[in-house]
Ligand binder design. Structure first.
Ligand code: NAD
Length: 244
């Protein structure tokens, strides 16, 4: 993998899980990295940290402006902040659909909108969206979440077409079940978290959950000049789940 010397990156949802692993990996590889998160209190040097809520346009604009000023420009946006939702279409009321869609889809749009003017000035501009295999796999009990990630998948294709001639590549990663604090919270809510974890692992073709660092590796590849001719692509990081 090429290194990220001189590259300036912004990672949303970068205080935890996949976002944090990505911010750490890009920084280890030489990038200057800013994290935008609802709660960036756990983020420490060399990462720069900015508090913002991706559902609040003003707070996104303010944080992006501050981050780009401190970084001295922007080459890479990792649009990663997202939340989960469980259930069938009968389980989630309208306001829950609006709330989750606002974070998972419009949140990425708001952040991209704030970043695009800065990315146009970069010679290596890339946006990597964190999508999910839920976008295409037809998972049970994930109607709302899957619909938001289906939207992220389509958004990636549309943005790739819109911005390719400006030299901005737009791709996404489609993780399977990743061992992050989010999945930990879901397991902890089960009557027997250890048994639930074992059952979840047993459902994976590899017998284990995907590591956050493994998703970060895919994001880093898509953000780097190594994938310089790749745009509109989705990269599955799912331990073979898609093939089931
Ligand atoms: P996580 O909960 O560990 O981390 C998510 C981060 O996003 C947190 O730091 C949180 O504070 C931040 N965030 C949430 N809402 C926000 C908001 N409104 N504004 C700003 N920041 C906000 O979750 P994770 O598992 O690392 O998930 C990250 C991304 O990966 C999400 O988009 C999720 O849909 C996707 N994903 C996760 C999995 C998985 O199995 N964990 C699988 C596929 C896709």
């Amino acid at each position: 993998m090429s290194d990220f010397e001189g590259i300036k990156a912004l990672v949303t949802g970068g205080a935890s899980g996949i976002g944090r692993a990505t911010a750490d990996l890009l920084a280890e590889r030489g990038a200057q990295v800013a994290v935008l998160d609802l709660d960036p209190s756990s983020v420490d040097k060399p990462l720069l940290a900015y508090r913002a809520d991706v559902t609040d346009d003003a707070s996104v604009r303010q944080a992006v402006t501050a981050a780009v000023t401190d970084l001295g420009g922007l080459d890479v946006l990792v649009n990663n902040a997202g939340i989960g939702a469980q259930g069938t279409v009968e389980d989630n009321p309208d306001d829950e659909w609006h709330r989750v869609y606002d974070v998972n889809v419009v949140g990425m749009v708001r952040t991209a909108r704030a970043c695009l003017p800065h990315l146009r000035a970069s010679a290596h501009a890339a946006i990597v969206n964190t999508c999910s295999i839920a976008a295409t796999a037809g998972l049970p009990q994930r109607a709302l979440y899957s619909a938001t990630k289906g939207a992220v998948y389509s958004l990636t294709l549309a943005m790739a077409a819109d911005h390719v001639r400006e030299g901005i590549r737009v791709t996404c990663v489609n993780p399977g079940t990743v061992d992050t604090p989010w999945v930990g919270r879901l397991l902890d809510a089960a009557p027997d978290p250890a048994a639930e974890r074992a059952a979840l692992q047993a459902r994976q073709p590899t017998g284990r959950l995907v590591g956050a660092a493994e998703v970060a590796g895919a994001i880093a590849y898509l953000a780097s000049p190594l994938s310089g001719a790749t745009t509109g692509t989705s990269l599955a990081v799912d331990g073979g789940m898609q093939g089931l």
